[in-house]
Design a protein around this ligand. Structure first.
Ligand code: FAD
Length: 337
């Protein structure tokens, strides 16, 4: 049986980063990806300052760079000027291919069209037939993770996000829309890319059913005059139910570990960091990851804010208006006094 030090399931940001760090440290690594092409994933592709600082991406692969963010409520709008162009969008295929190019230089083995169909404690089965052995396995296989299911790790809290990809470059601003009557504690977004825009929303099915989410999204699109006729709606779960990342010789990274934010839906940064930190834990069994602790602290903070807004019910409308009004005052005082 073919065998590796580490087999990684899934070539998203978590799996690619984990494979790169392990391979650079001399581990014999195999990265398995079910898709033919590495990168494409249903995602709005929004990156914040921390992603940019970590990745150091070349400008030519970025979609758009923004030096301001606009937040809308039903009654007001607030433009937050950033100190630099510290928010940007990236097409997920471009991000994946950029990470893949770096990984290839390390000599790691990568297989596409390689779906892991079964996991056992020391081997995986690929495409239903091929048996591949491992000392360690990393489940970086996203929100519907097979590795997580194999481990019997429950997922009770999982969000759903939906979007349209609208061709063209009509929209220029990076915008959030909070509207409690339509999106409850969550929001809708408009994230412009080079030659398309991602327009979407999300929520937690415990509080907003996917039917209600779609209907309210359609209502909002029509209110805003955003034409999506003929376009296909895309949807994908986002796992934010973290229950650990190390289970004996099997690790979970990124969405498979439930590291995304239930409040903002962001998960790329968490995927990258957890991928690297898991690699370090495999290289040195005594390694203790402060960075994962930091991610979890931030996730808890997001969930506290989210729970506050969920519990606020009807009051939420007023809370959103007060927060945005306060942000506007704060911006005014900061800039004029
Ligand atoms: C609509 C939407 C918008 C989003 N917008 C943003 C955003 O703007 N910013 C942000 O930071 N995050 C965003 N996210 C979240 C972000 O997409 C995820 O958190 C991130 O992709 C997680 O990375 P990952 O590497 O853990 O998993 P993934 O990116 O999901 O990668 C998992 C990989 O594993 C592969 N795979 C799965 N099962 C198998 C198998 N059995 N065998 C082999 N391969 C397998 C998949 O094909 C995939 O390539 C959004 C999510 C959605 C749904």
């Amino acid at each position: 049986m073919e065998s590796y030090d580490v087999v990684i399931v899934g070539a998203g940001p978590a799996g690619l980063n984990c494979a790169q760090k392990l391979s650079e440290a001399g581990k014999k690594v195999l990265l398995l990806e079910q898709n033919k092409i590495i990168g494409p994933k249903i995602c709005a592709g929004g990156l914040t300052g921390q992603d940019l600082e970590y990745l150091k991406l070349p400008d030519n692969i970025l979609g758009h760079k923004f030096n301001k963010v606009t937040i809308h409520t039903p009654l007001q709008k607030c433009k937050i000027k950033l100190d630099a162009f510290s928010i940007c969008t990236i097409d997920r295929k471009d991000l994946g291919q950029w990470q893949f190019a770096k990984l290839k230089k390390t000599g790691a083995a990568v297989r596409t069209k390689a779906r892991v169909t079964k996991i056992e404690k020391d081997h995986v089965i690929v495409n239903g037939t091929e048996k591949i052995g491992f000392k360690y396995l990393v489940g970086a296989d996203g929100s519907a993770s097979l590795a997580r299911r194999f481990l019997g790790v429950k997922t009770d809290i999982i969000g759903i996000a939906i979007q349209y990809i609208i061709p063209g470059n009509k929209y220029k601003d990076f915008e959030y829309f909070v509207d409690s009557s339509l999106f409850k504690a969550w929001y809708a977004w408009i994230f412009p890319h080079k030659d398309y825009v991602s327009v979407g929303t999300g929520g937690d099915p415990r509080y907003v059913s996917s039917k209600e989410l779609r209907e309210n999204f359609a209502k909002w699109l029509s209110q805003k005059g955003i034409d999506v006729s003929g376009l296909e709606i895309q949807g994908c779960p986002i796992n934010f139910d973290y229950r650990g990342n190390k289970f004996g010789n099997i690790f979970l990274a990124g969405d498979a570990a439930g590291l995304a934010s239930g409040l903002t839906g962001e998960g790329i940064y968490q995927a990258l960091i957890s991928g690297e930190e898991i690699a370090k834990s495999i290289i040195d069994e005594n390694y203790v990851s402060d960075k994962i602790k930091k991610l979890l602290k931030e996730q808890k903070k997001h969930h506290r804010i989210l729970n506050f807004f969920i519990k606020s019910g009807e009051l939420r409308k007023v809370e959103f208006e007060i927060i945005i009004f306060w942000m506007k005052i704060h911006w005014f005082l900061k800039n004029y006094f």
